[in-house]
Design a protein around this ligand. Structure first.
Ligand SMILES: Cc1ncc(COP(=O)(O)O)c(C=O)c1O
Length: 440
């Protein structure tokens, strides 16, 4: 090439959730089964859209306009519907002009971060859902600035720590929260949300709240950013990939809060809309059906059943965790994920390839040959090779703490139980050895 094509210093962009898939297929090609616990796709894990939802969708496609472009910002009536849902929380008040649709929240995330100035930094949690980290890295060509989530405190952040990081880094222009959180399933307490809002107000920042899992809280209780944001500028990100669940619809939206309170922030909202105009619009069909699905009397029941189901699986998992001293699972209050972390840490040499049968051992050795990475990736490979369970190491979520993410998505409870059997059998081999090494 005549010129360099990539910006200098661009770090690797990793998406651990999908990167492990190739290894899983390698195992399958040898005739060994794989239990896919890596991706948050309810449909892939056996969830079917109820008949009444399919009927709404199939009725809508009889209308020719479904196949056309829609307004750049999205269908006005759907934006109006969503704005009134947010307004009914009795917090910040918005109108349909404060909402813009994207082709999935992944698209919205990529667009938002790409628009910010090279100097601006978004302070993000560690661990973080990798679309946010990846988009930030792409723009700043560096590692993102992060604030830790604390596993010993249910993965809650410490607002004092956030404040100190913000104070020390004048480039920080926004704080990201993911609520409910991916990968930990943590729900932000109202107190910590309010404290983060106060920090944003004090330092003249805006908040980005990824709330794509807002209706998948196991006990149904969470405070949304709209309820506590007051007068601080913010972007709330939502979508239907997880909730309806229709990830293939590629449909998500951003809600702009308090854009009139700050002209710099308002310019960002205007630019987001201008960019959307250059792409024409986002997919029309899912936008068309949102109001009808969400106001159907069966919708609340449908969500309540899903929450109950997730709660039962979370309880089953927590019982298993109690049986294994070294493994802990905090957070896990929503968003259909659970993160397992390890009380006494994890080292690569806790993993004994000799404990694996021949074929599994050779896979593990092949995958880890020359691999210089966090021990949790080694553990994920060890479990995948040995048990066929495909988890995601949370180092893939930019985490300093080692751990593994699994999902609570399996629809067949016997299969879910079997997955836990295999997983905890694999983990107990590892941690029994770790203990014997410590005692030796
Ligand atoms: C926290 C979070 N935000 C955004 C997304 C992306 O969602 P979408 O399917 O709308 O692109 C995901 C998907 O897993 C997610 O977990």
């Amino acid at each position: 090439m005549r010129n360099p094509l990539l910006p200098r210093g661009l770090p690797e962009i990793n998406y651990g959730i999908r990167q492990i898939v190739g290894k899983g297929f390698e195992r399958m090609n040898l005739g060994y089964p794989v239990i896919w616990e890596n991706i948050g796709d309810p449909v892939q894990k056996g969830m079917a859209l109820p008949g009444w939802m399919k009927e709404i969708i199939s009725n809508q496609i009889q209308d020719n306009s479904t196949f056309g472009y829609c307004d750049s910002k999205g269908l006005p009536e759907t934006r109006e519907f969503l704005a009134s849902k947010t307004n009914s929380l009795n917090g910040v008040q918005i109108n349909s002009e404060d909402i813009t649709f994207f082709n999935g929240l992944g698209d919205a995330i990529a667009r938002l971060y790409s628009l910010l100035s090279k100097e601006a930094r978004v302070l993000m949690p560690s661990p973080t859902y990798p679309a946010h980290t990846g988009a930030e890295k792409l723009r700043i060509c560096d590692q993102p600035v992060t604030y830790p989530l604390h596993p010993e405190n249910n993965w809650q952040p410490d607002p004092d720590e956030i404040r100190e990081i913000v104070r020390m880094n004048p480039a920080i222009s926004a704080i990201l929260i993911i609520n409910p959180d991916n990968p930990t399933g943590m729900i932000h307490s109202e107190k910590s949300l309010k404290a983060i809002v106060n920090i944003a107000r004090e330092f003249d920042l805006f908040i980005i709240a990824d709330e794509i899992y807002e209706n998948l809280v196991y006990n149904g209780e969470m405070v949304r950013l709209a309820e506590v944001i007051g007068d601080v500028p913010a972007l709330a990100m939502k979508g239907i990939s997880k909730e309806i669940p229709w990830p293939g619809s590629r449909c998500g939206w951003i809600e702009y809060y308090n854009r009139d309170n700050d002209s710099v922030f308002n310019d960002l909202c205007i630019r987001l809309d201008q960019c959307k105009m250059t792409e024409v619009c986002s997919t029309t069909l899912p936008q068309k059906v949102i109001p009808e699905i969400m106001t159907n009397q069966a919708y609340e029941q449908f969500l309540a059943k899903r929450r109950d189901d997730l709660f039962s699986k979370m309880s089953l998992l927590k019982k298993r965790v109690q049986q294994l001293d070294d493994v802990e699972c905090s957070g896990c209050q929503g968003a259909f994920y659970a993160t397992l972390h390890f009380k006494n840490g994890l080292n690569k040499n806790d993993l004994d390839p000799e404990a694996l049968p021949e074929v599994e051992k050779s896979l593990y050795l092949k995958w880890t040959k020359g691999l210089d990475s966090n021990p949790d990736l080694h553990l994920a490979y060890y479990l995948l090779a040995g048990t066929g369970i495909c988890t995601v190491p949370i180092s893939g979520f930019n985490s300093r703490v080692s751990g593994l993410r699994i999902t609570l998505l399996e629809q067949d409870i016997e299969r879910f139980d079997y997955m836990l059997d295999q997983l905890f059998c694999g983990l107990s081999t590892v941690f029994n050895r770790k203990r014997s090494l410590i005692l030796a």
